[in-house]
Design a protein around this ligand. Structure first.
Ligand code: HEC
Ligand code: HEC
Length: 352
């Protein structure tokens, strides 16, 4: 009897706090998902170890660029959160591109690729940078000739695409890169441990920050597995940011759909690993994460967040850093006398 009373007393005191905590967890579980430890199935592109290995070689091979200097990893450095840490990327001939490089980590979960979503998936995306004048400045023909010139690559393509008459092709190059990229996942962030039921994964301050992120409405555009990457929204729903942060010339998704309602709309970026991927926004103009959060408050929510709210929300964002992929650097096949040699001069390349 005595112990029953004790239990009842205990329940009465810890009950409300525990209930509040579990309802916060329920709310979070309704809006977010953890990053899985293994890649999702890709429709039309079955993942095999051979294909993933080939994709890794291609991702790190600078000879896919005309200059032999630039690989995918140059602008999506896996050692630095899958980005280049530049305002906007620098490509062939030191040319500066118009946009900030988004991370390749967890990109497989985005609704589509690029800031404006113009590539429907990673396979389609991978063909862009190889050809883009301001990026790798090559052509599909040159890329295929390069790969065919190296017996080591021919063997790897045959192993990755068995039974095909023409295993070395531009499409298969892109499929292999997609396969590798889909393994670039960052599971087990502290936030994901919390979602998985580890109650002490977030401290009291971080739990309050999560609550703010949910209640202020950030979650409406940044949700799902990637805490973003789910849709397109005008940058400046409530109030347009200044033109240095939102340059007038880049109308975002409008270029893809020609719909006036899409002017200055961009894909809501993933906030996973956001602590690693400064500078922020498609223009790359903001280096300080707190400033980025404050801008989101005025631009997207129409509410001036106080310093303490900005600090709090930022604390939540920093719990989104996951375990980074550990990649063994590939040894690439040596070039032969048939491999097109590097050219560094300016060459007309297709748009991205
Ligand atoms: C010169 C720098 C540069 C190189 C090289 C480069 N990228 Fe990118 N990448 C960018 C930039 C900048 C963007 C954003 C462009 C845009 O949205 O218009 C981007 C976008 C992407 C995205 C979309 C991510 C998202 O969230 O929308 C993926 C995936 C990607 N690149 C993969 C690759 C792969 C694979 C390669 C190699 C074949 C590659 N990139 C080479 C700079 C580069
Ligand atoms: C109406 C949709 C919407 C809401 C609400 C919203 N965001 Fe965003 N967020 C976006 C879009 C779109 C971008 C990309 C803007 C750009 O660069 O063009 C973005 C960009 C960001 C970035 C920069 C990411 C990067 O990689 O460059 C951060 C950080 C961010 N949001 C955090 C927040 C926070 C915190 C809140 C709540 C205070 C919030 N967002 C509310 C849509 C939204």
């Amino acid at each position: 009897m005595k112990s029953l009373i004790l239990v009842a007393l205990l329940l009465a005191t810890v009950g409300p706090a525990a209930r509040a905590q579990s309802s916060l967890l329920d709310q979070a579980r309704a809006r977010f998902e953890v990053v899985p430890v293994s890649p999702p199935a890709i429709p039309g592109n079955p993942l095999t170890p051979e294909k993933i290995e080939l994709g890794k070689m291609l991702f790190f091979d600078p000879r896919l660029s005309r200059s032999w200097l630039i690989s995918c990893n140059t602008c999506h450095n896996i050692a630095t959160g899958g980005v280049d840490l530049l305002e906007t990327s620098i490509g062939h001939g030191w040319a500066k591109g118009p946009r900030n490089s988004p991370t390749v980590l967890n990109a497989v979960f985005n609704v589509a690729q690029f800031w404006d979503g113009r590539a429907k998936d990673l396979q389609e995306q991978a063909k862009g940078p190889v050809q883009a004048g301001v990026e790798m400045n090559s052509t599909p023909e040159r890329a295929v000739a390069t790969l065919k010139s190296m017996p080591g690559y021919v063997e790897s393509f045959e192993a990755a695409f068995p039974g095909q008459a023409e295993p070395v092709s531009f499409d298969n190059m892109a499929s292999a890169i997609e396969a590798f990229e889909s393994t670039l996942l960052t599971p087990w962030s502290r936030f994901d441990r919390y979602l998985s039921g580890q109650a002490d994964a977030l401290n009291t301050v971080e739990l309050q920050s999560l609550e703010l992120f949910l209640n202020k409405g950030c979650v409406n555009c940044h949700n799902g597995v990637n805490v973003g990457g789910t849709g397109y929204f005008p940058f400046g729903v409530a109030e347009k940011p200044s033109t240095d942060i939102l340059p007038e010339g880049d109308k975002g998704r409008f270029a893809v759909t020609q719909a006036t309602s899409d002017e200055y709309s961009f894909k809501s970026p993933t906030l996973r690993n956001i602590g690693l991927t400064a500078p922020y926004f498609h223009s790359g103009k903001v280096w300080d994460l707190k400033q980025a959060v404050a801008i989101m408050g005025t631009a997207q929510l129409g509410s001036e967040l106080g310093d303490s709210e900005v600090d709090a929300i930022t604390a939540f964002l920093l719990t989104l850093t996951g375990e980074q992929p550990i990649i063994e650097y590939p040894v690439l096949p040596p070039h032969t006398d048939r491999t097109p040699l590097p050219e560094s001069g300016p060459t007309a390349g297709a748009g991205h």
